[in-house]
Design a protein around this ligand. Structure first.
Ligand code: ADP
Ligand code: MG
Length: 729
C-alpha cells in the first residue's frame, strides 16, 4: 500500500535551494522599476499635467479629464514599453484578498488592425462584474453593478504574469452603484483624511507651519513556510490553511534556537527572490529573519504612508505566494497554523508625521516639543481606552480567534504598554503640578517633561507581550492577525484617534476662550485624560493568567469570540462615531458586520467539515486497520501460549477502541450541532453557535486523534507530522 505521506516526504527531502540572481547589480538599478511613480511621471508628463497630478496626490483632490487623458497615454506607453499587454483596476474587496480583472490594451480598428488603446475613461473608472464579491446586502443581485475608481494616491505598477507579459495594475477603490463602499480602501482614505484634519488642527497649537499630518504604517509580516508536497499531503492545510490535528514535536520552540538563527538555505533563496520582486515594485522590504517558532519567518518593510503601506502589504502577500511556487513552498499567513506553536501576527507599527518632517510620536529633548509629543501620546492612549472594544473588533477573524484568547495564546484584552521612561513622565505630569510660567522654557522642568530622553528608543524597554506597545517613536499594534488586511485596523485606529483629537481641540479651545494659558490648559487636559485612562496601561506580562484576572478587576473587556467582537461594530456609539468622523455610514457599517460574520461562519464551517472528514476517513480508518493488526498479534501470542504477553497488546487495542468511539461520537455530535447552527434564521445566531458550540468539538476530537498519533505505527500514519513539516533544511 502506498502512503501519500511518505511519497511527499521523499519529494520534500530531495529538494535544494534554488539559485537566485539579482535583476541587476545594484538595487538602485531595479528598485521601483515596475512602478509608475513620480520620477516616471516627471519624465513623461507635460509640466502642467505633472504639477496637477502631484497636487492631486498630495491633497487627495480630483483630476481633470484632459489631465487624465494625458496620464492614461503616458501610462500606456510606459507600460507597453516594459512588456505590458493588459491592464486592470486592482482593488481590495471585503473578501480580504486582492481582486483584478485583466483587459487587453490592444483593440481592433474598423480596418481590422490591432492598436494599443487605453483611454482616460478606462483609467478613471471601470465596472467589473462584481456580483460575486461580498456586499452585505448593499447590492441586490438585480443591481449587481459596482464601480472601481482610480486612486492616484497609490502608484500604478506592473505585475509579472509569469507566463509571458505583464499587467498594468491601477490601485482602485470599489464602490456600489449607489455609492457605498464595498472595499477597504474607500473608508481607509476617509479615515486618513479625517486624521489629517484633526491632527493638523492640534499641531497648530504648537507650530503654525504644519499644514498636513500623514499617518504612517510599517507592517511586520510573520508567516510560516511548508514544503509544497507536504502541504498537499495535509488536506486541512489545503482546505483551511491550518492543521486541525498533529501532535507537538518532541522538540518544539522550547529551545528558541530558531529565532535569529541561521536562515535555512532553501528559505533564504525564497526570501531573496521575493525581495527582488518586491523591490521592483517599490516595496521597501528591509529586514528578514527567523521567527520564534520553527518554520516561521518574518519580513518587515520600511514604513510608508498608511494607504500605500497597506497596498504594499497586500501586494507583498500575493508576491510571496507566487514566488513560493517557484521554490516549491507554500506560505501560510494563517494566524495559528500549528497548535502549541507561536502564531503569526502582522505587527502594525503606526505613527503620524507632519509635512514639516516631524514624527509626532517621536520624543524630543526640547520642552515645547515634548509637550506636543505627550499630547499626541496621551490622546492616542485615550482613544484606545475609550474604543478598546472597537479596536478588538477590527482584528476579529476566525483565524485570529485561535491566536487571541485560545489555548496557549495571548488573551484578547486590549492594553497599552508605555515603558518605564514614558510612564514616569506621565506620573510626573499627573503629580508634580507646581508650574511656574515665568521660567520661560523651563516651565516644563517641574513637570519632568523635558527630561524625556531620546533613550526611549532603547531596545531593553520593550514588552513583547503587549498588544499595543509604545516602541520608542511609534505604537506597535501587535494583535493584528497575520492573514488580515491591515486596513480594517487602520480604519478604526485612524478614526478613533481623529475623533479623540477633535474632542481634545474642542476642550482646549473652550479653555483658551476662557482665558487660560495654553500650556497650562494642555497639561491640565492631559492630566485628566491620563487619570481617566490609566487602567488600560499595563507593563507586565500580558500572556500571564494574573493579567487576565487583573484586567477583569480593572473592568477591561476580554472578548474571546469573533461574533461577539464583531458585534461592537453595530453598537449605536460605534455607528455614530463612524458617521461623525465621516468614514462609514450606518448602512456600510451594518454591511461590513454581515460580511465579516459570514466570513467567520464559512471559515469555521469549512474547518469543522475538515475535522470530521480527516477524523473519520483518515484517522479512524487507519486506527481500525492497525487495531486489526494488533488483534492478530494478540491472537497469535495466545495461540502459542503466551497469554500474559498478549495483555499489553490488548491494552493498546482497548485504548484505540476508546479513542475511536470518542472521535466518532464527537464527529457525529459536531455534525448535528452544525446542522442546528445552519438552520437558525439569523446570521448572528448561526455565528454564535459556531463560535461557542461547534468549535468546542475541535479540541475534544483533536485530543484523541493526537493521542492516536502516538500509538499507531508510524508506517501507517496518514498525515504528515509536525516534526516533518516544521523543520526546513
Ligand atoms: P524595532 O525592530 O526596534 O521594532 P524598527 O525600526 O525595525 O524597530 O521598526 C519596526 C517597524 O516599524 C518597521 O517596519 C519600521 O519601518 C516601522 N516604523 C519605524 N518608524 C515608524 C513610524 N514613524 N511610523 C510607522 N512605522 C514605523
Ligand atoms: Mg515588532
Amino acid at each position: 500500500m502506498s502512503n501519500f505521506r511518505f511519497k511527499a516526504l521523499e519529494i520534500a527531502q530531495a529538494r535544494h535551494a534554488l539559485p537566485v540572481a539579482p535583476p541587476a547589480d545594484r538595487v538602485s538599478d531595479f528598485y521601483a522599476s515596475h512602478v509608475f511613480n513620480n520620477e516616471v511621471m516627471r519624465a513623461l508628463l507635460s509640466p502642467e499635467a505633472y504639477l496637477k497630478m502631484t497636487q492631486a496626490i498630495e491633497t487627495g483632490g480630483k483630476i481633470d479629464r484632459d489631465i487624465a487623458d494625458e496620464v492614461a497615454n503616458a501610462m500606456k506607453s510606459w507600460a507597453t514599453s516594459k512588456g505590458a499587454t493588459h491592464y486592470t483596476h486592482w482593488f481590495q474587496p471585503l473578501t480580504g484578498s486582492t481582486a483584478e480583472k485583466h483587459d487587453a490594451f490592444f483593440d481592433i480598428t474598423m480596418e481590422g488592425k490591432a492598436i494599443e488603446k487605453f483611454k482616460a475613461s478606462a483609467l478613471v473608472q471601470q465596472e467589473p462584474d462584481a456580483s460575486s464579491f461580498p456586499s452585505g446586502g448593499l447590492r441586490n443581485t438585480f443591481e449587481a453593478r459596482g464601480y472601481t475608481g482610480w486612486d492616484p494616491g497609490s502608484p500604478a505598477f506592473l505585475m509579472d504574469n509569469g507566463a509571458g507579459g505583464k499587467t498594468l495594475c491601477i490601485p482602485s477603490v470599489f464602490i456600489s452603484y449607489t455609492g457605498e463602499a464595498l472595499d477597504y480602501k474607500t473608508p481607509l482614505l476617509k479615515a486618513v483624511h479625517a486624521l489629517d484634519k484633526a491632527a493638523t488642527a492640534v499641531c497648530q497649537f504648537f507650530d503654525r507651519n504644519v499644514s498636513k499630518v500623514t499617518p504612517t504604517l510599517g507592517a511586520e509580516q510573520e508567516y510560516f513556510l511548508v514544503d509544497k508536497a507536504l502541504f498537499l499531503a495535509r488536506p486541512d492545510l489545503v482546505m483551511a490553511g491550518r492543521t486541525v490535528f498533529g501532535h507537538s514535536p518532541a522538540r518544539g520552540q522550547q529551545l528558541e534556537d530558531h529565532y535569529f538563527g541561521t536562515i535555512p538555505p532553501r528559505v533564504n533563496a525564497f526570501m531573496v527572490d521575493f525581495e527582488f520582486e518586491a523591490m521592483k515594485l517599490g516595496i521597501p522590504v528591509r529586514t528578514r529573519h527567523n521567527e520564534v517558532a520553527p518554520g516561521q519567518f518574518e519580513v518587515a518593510p520600511t514604513f510608508e504612508e498608511v494607504n500605500l503601506a497597506i497596498d504594499h502589504n497586500a501586494l507583498l502577500m500575493d508576491l510571496m505566494e507566487k514566488v513560493a511556487e517557484r521554490h516549491s513552498f507554500k506560505v501560510l499567513f494563517h494566524e495559528k497554523p500549528f497548535a502549541g506553536i507561536n502564531g503569526s501576527g502582522k505587527h502594525n507599527n503606526w505613527s503620524m508625521g507632519t509635512d514639516t518632517g516631524v514624527n509626532l510620536l517621536g520624543p524630543s529633548t526640547k520642552p515645547k516639543e515634548s509637550l506636543r509629543f505627550l499630547t499626541f501620546v496621551v490622546n492616542v492612549v485615550k482613544a484606545v481606552h475609550d474604543n478598546a472594544d472597537l479596536l478588538r473588533a477590527s482584528i476579529a477573524s476566525a483565524g485570529n480567534e485561535f491566536r487571541l484568547g485560545a489555548n496557549e495564546a495571548p488573551p484578547a484584552i486590549m492594553s497599552v504598554f508605555l515603558g518605564e521612561t514614558l510612564t514616569k513622565a506621565l506620573e510626573d505630569l499627573e503629580n508634580k503640578s507646581e508650574i511656574s510660567l515665568q521660567k520661560g522654557d523651563n516651565v516644563y522642568y517641574k513637570l519632568g517633561i523635558n527630561r524625556i530622553p531620546s533613550l526611549l528608543r532603547d531596545n531593553t524597554d520593550r514588552n513583547r507581550t503587549s498588544p499595543f506597545a509604545f516602541t520608542g517613536n511609534k505604537f506597535e499594534f501587535r494583535a493584528v492577525g497575520g492573514g488580515a488586511n491591515s486596513a480594517s485596523t487602520m480604519i478604526v485606529l485612524n478614526t478613533i484617534v481623529a475623533d479623540q483629537l477633535a474632542k481634545f481641540k474642542i476642550e482646549l479651545d473652550a479653555r483658551l476662550a476662557n482665558g487660560e494659558k495654553k500650556e497650562l490648559a494642555v497639561v491640565d487636559i492631559l492630566k485628566q485624560y491620563y487619570r481617566e485612562t490609566k487602567r488600560i496601561l499595563f507593563e507586565g506580562n500580558g500572556y500571564s493568567d494574573e493579567w487576565v484576572e487583573e484586567a477583569a478587576r480593572r473592568g477591561l473587556s476580554n472578548i474571546k469570540s469573533t461574533p461577539e467582537a464583531l458585534g461592537v461594530y453595530t453598537k449605536p456609539e460605534s455607528i455614530s462615531l463612524f458617521e461623525r468622523v465621516g468614514v462609514l455610514n450606518h448602512r456600510e457599517v451594518e454591511a461590513r458586520y454581515e460580511i465579516e460574520l459570514e466570513k467567520y461562519i464559512k471559515n469555521v464551517q469549512i474547518e469543522s467539515r475538515v475535522v470530521g472528514d480527516l477524523a473519520m476517513n483518515h484517522v479512524v480508518s487507519t486506527a481500525l486497520k492497525y487495531q486489526n493488526k494488533l488483534a492478530e498479534t494478540a491472537k497469535a501470542l495466545v495461540d502459542i501460549g503466551m497469554t500474559a504477553e498478549a495483555e499489553p497488546v490488548k491494552d493498546i487495542i482497548r485504548e484505540i477502541s476508546t479513542r475511536v468511539v470518542a472521535i466518532k461520537n464527537g464527529v457525529e455530535e459536531m455534525t448535528e450541532t452544525r446542522k442546528r447552527a445552519n438552520n437558525t434564521s439569523n446570521t448572528h445566531e448561526t455565528a454564535r453557535i459556531y463560535a461557542t458550540e461547534v468549535k468546542d468539538f475541535f479540541d475534544k476530537i483533536r485530543y484523541h486523534v493526537d493521542k492516536l498519533e502516538l500509538v499507531i505505527d508510524d508506517e501507517d500514519w496518514p498525515l504528515v507530522k509536525y516534526r516533518e513539516m516544521l523543520f526546513i533544511k
